[in-house]
Design a protein around this ligand. Structure first.
Ligand code: FAD
Ligand code: UDP
Length: 366
């Protein structure tokens, strides 16, 4: 059998590309080295609950085309991410909004909250923030930085806030309304039945081979298709010729508990450094579950070395430069398309990855 496309990786990039190619009448083979599809958004059913095995995943987007596409495959529920944060024995709403400001300072109006932040911003004396600490102090002031950011960020990244890029903290919204929605996007939800079901739908009617590592079987796999879509790590593809790209890893500890409702929310962040984990996820709340038991996951930040699961890219200047060297090599291989978070070494959200696969597929086929 000869295929138009061999797709390496059954994550969202590979599955979207495969789905579009199949719809366009192309023949497709999808392989993955893991024993399951769906990549890092894989959900596994435990006690009737869809457990997010590689960390909590909330679908959010402002891209209507992407939203319509995923909704054409499965139904999404109305879940809105509203995590709470435990800091020094007290719970605070996230992202930083009027509820948080009220809990922290007792203020009641946006004018009072803005005045507090302006006063702390002025006291910091920083005009041009050069790192995450300075960025946080100028965005939200000292009190929020110390109560909700510093210790969480330092354990998450294993580095001091003063040594981290400012961009990380800019992801979090700051609002002067009583709105606990963690995201600003127009659309948000969780696929009813979990992400694995979404990816199953994408791959419907497509041949999928699991437990198949492309790089270990390259000689026999490469010739079986006209084009290869590679979504694995770009440095591994080139046998780490220039050295390896760095990542931040995570460890997950799952527990089935014989209680109906453990923490009353899908995500609770633990800020203080005395907790070795950053958050506890209670998966049933993503789908408003009423099962008699519950499954909770503690998420521990972890250093990364070769052999460990890759989670967060480290987009500092050293790694960005290294990636660009691999990109030059990748661009020379006309048979290959490199796409997704590992092959492009980029922190992509799920909607970004779907959009990117759509764009690349359309470029290919127009
Ligand atoms: P992946 O999902 O990693 O898929 C790549 C696949 O390729 C894997 O299955 C892998 O096994 C396979 N593969 C690699 N090498 C080979 C090989 N040699 N041979 C065969 N197969 C191979 N995004 C959101 O939008 N919302 C969230 O709330 C969110 N939360 C996240 C939380 C965490 C902890 C993390 C780490 C990420 C989160 N993301 C979130 C991002 C989301 O996980 C990614 O956008 C998405 O999974 C990327 O899809 P991908 O297909 O590029 O990569
Ligand atoms: N962050 C924080 N306190 C929190 C939550 C997040 O300081 O309670 C910071 C932390 O540096 C984190 C960044 O904000 O890396 C981005 O948070 P997000 O929730 O987007 O991280 P992710 O879901 O990607 O782990």
């Amino acid at each position: 059998m000869h295929y138009n496309y061999l797709i390496v990786g059954a994550g969202l990039f590979g599955a979207t590309f495969a789905n579009l190619a199949k719809k366009a009448g192309k023949s497709v083979l999808v392989i993955d080295k893991r024993n399951h599809i769906a990549g890092n958004c894989y959900t596994e059913n435990i006690e009737g609950i869809n457990v997010h095995k590689y960390g909590a995943h909330i679908f959010h987007t402002s891209n209507k085309q992407v939203w319509d596409y995923v909704n054409s495959l499965v139904e999404f529920n109305r879940y809105t991410n509203s995590p709470v944060a435990m800091s020094k024995g007290k719970l605070y709403n996230l992202p930083f909004n009027m509820n948080t400001f009220n809990q922290l300072w007792g203020v009641h109006t946006p004018v009072e909250a803005q005045a507090k932040i302006a006063e702390q911003r002025a006291a910091s004396g920083i005009t041009e923030p050069c790192n995450l600490e300075e960025q946080a102090l100028t965005l939200v002031g000292k009190d929020i930085y110390e109560a909700l950011i510093k210790e969480y960020t330092e354990k998450q990244w294993g580095r001091k806030c003063s040594e981290l890029p400012a961009s990380i903290i800019k992801r979090l919204p700051i609002r002067f309304t009583f709105d606990n929605n963690y995201f600003n996007d127009l659309y948000q939800g969780i696929p009813c039945g979990g992400y694995t079901k979404l990816v199953e739908k994408m791959l419907e009617g497509i041949e999928v081979r699991l437990n198949t590592d492309f790089l270990e079987n390259r000689t026999e796999l490469e010739p079986i298709a006209d084009r290869v879509v590679y979504t694995g790590p770009i440095d591994e593809f080139f046998e780490y010729r220039f050295g390896n790209l760095e990542y931040r890893s995570l460890k997950f500890e799952n527990k089935v508990l014989d209680v109906e409702n453990f923490q009353g929310n899908a995500v609770v962040n633990y800020i203080d450094s005395k907790y070795p984990y950053t958050r506890i996820t209670e998966h049933k709340h993503f789908e408003f579950g009423i099962q008699p038991k519950t499954v909770v996951t503690r998420e521990y930040p972890d250093s990364w070395e070769l052999g460990k699961e890759r989670f967060y890219t480290v987009n500092d200047s050293k790694n960005t430069e290294l990636y660009s060297k691999y990109k030059v090599l990748a661009d020379q291989l006309s048979k290959y398309i490199f796409g997704g978070r590992l092959a492009e070494y980029k922190y992509y959200d799920m909607d970004d990855v779907i959009e990117r696969a759509m764009v690349i597929f359309n470029q290919e086929n127009n």
